[in-house]
Design a protein around this ligand. Structure first.
Ligand SMILES: *[C@@H]1O[C@H](CO)[C@@H](O)[C@H](O)[C@H]1NC(C)=O
Ligand SMILES: *[C@@H]1O[C@H](CO)[C@@H](O)[C@H](O)[C@H]1NC(C)=O
Ligand SMILES: *[C@@H]1O[C@H](CO)[C@@H](O)[C@H](O)[C@H]1NC(C)=O
Length: 289
């Protein structure tokens, strides 16, 4: 059974001047290696291997022993850079974020030559506050470190106890210390696949600007109430209230298929706020369960 959950907010978007603006930085970036011997355009989302392949600088990586011929790509450090203009008046916004939906993997992010953050986990979203750094015309640089050299560094720094295995079986011709990096583990080789530790921006990256207040994210989990033998839903939402006064309004949770609708009045104090809503579920048998 599939459920559709609607979280309606009459909270942060009611006033038209309070709505958020967003600008994606997808598209063509410039990519260069550590010593500058290679400089080429590359697409975001994408990775260095893909950019080199699209420029015919490498052949099909999966052909014969090309995994070994192209090892140098992931042993090098690579920088993604781009200049961009924001297509709305950025000075009108109280809070501006740079958001990477996900990034592969170890990098330093610079906006207008200011270090705004670091990344080391391929599986999470990164949000950096750039309110005081962003301008109308910007330059961004994402300096990736070789995932192979990072994993080796982390392993050397971890002296307390051994974390086996150091390296994959030699027949795999893979890279070592994969358990020291939060990155797709098979990219350092697996028994069914070659080693291609990629580097790049592999999902959307965007600027988000907002006033008043903003819903950052929400998650929900079903909770079983043992005393009444009912399922309930706990919704956790995170708001950033940038206005100097409290913001109040209504949150309506609607699950049409379970004929469940509940509304909540909330008032949020300035700052980052977590709101937990508890939804009692109706028992409905629609015959598809
Ligand atoms: C620059 O880096 C590339 C790729 O790692 C390497 O093949 C080349 O020898 C380097 N050039 C110099 C001048 O160090
Ligand atoms: C890549 O960066 C790391 C960390 O800064 C450094 O130790 C390493 O020598 C660099 N590798 C190359 C090829 O420049
Ligand atoms: C849940 O309730 C049942 C009976 O009502 C009881 O046997 C069981 O121990 C309870 N489980 C938990 C985790 O409380």
């Amino acid at each position: 059974m599939r459920l559709c959950l609607l979280l309606l907010l009459a909270l942060c978007g009611a006033d038209p001047t309070a709505a958020a603006r967003s600008h994606s930085l997808r598209g063509s970036w410039s990519i260069r290696n550590a010593n500058g011997s290679l400089e080429l355009p590359g697409e975001v989302p994408g990775c260095v291997h893909m950019a080199l392949f699209q420029r015919n600088l490498i052949q099909d990586p999966y052909y014969r022993f090309n995994d070994l011929n192209y090892r140098w790509i992931s042993l090098d450090n690579w920088t993604y850079s781009k200049e961009f203009q924001i297509p709305f008046d950025i000075s009108k916004w109280q809070k501006v974020h740079l958001i990477f939906e996900s990034i592969d993997t170890v990098s330093e992010v610079l906006l207008n030559n200011v270090l705004i953050g670091k990344t080391n986990n391929m599986f999470r979203r990164y949000t950096f506050d750039i309110t005081h750094v962003v301008k109308a015309l910007n330059s961004i640089e994402v300096r990736f470190q070789s995932p192979v050299s990072y994993a080796a560094q982390q392993s050397r720094a971890h002296t307390l106890y051994q974390v086996p295995p150091n390296c994959p079986p030699s027949v795999q011709e893979g890279e070592c210390h994969v358990n020291f990096i939060r990155k797709e583990q098979c990219s350092f080789s697996w028994d069914w696949g070659p080693a291609f530790p990629t580097l790049g921006i592999w999902e959307d990256v965007r600027i988000e600007a907002y006033n008043s207040c903003h819903l950052n994210y929400f998650t929900f989990s079903p909770i079983y109430d043992n005393s009444t033998q009912d399922w309930n839903l706990e919704i956790e939402s995170s708001f950033d209230v940038v206005s100097s006064k409290p913001v109040s309004g209504q949150v309506i949770v609607e699950i049409p298929k379970l004929q469940t609708q509940q509304s909540y009045s909330v008032e949020l104090q300035p700052g980052e706020r977590i709101v937990k809503l508890f939804v009692k579920m109706n028992k409905v048998n629609d015959g598809t369960a």
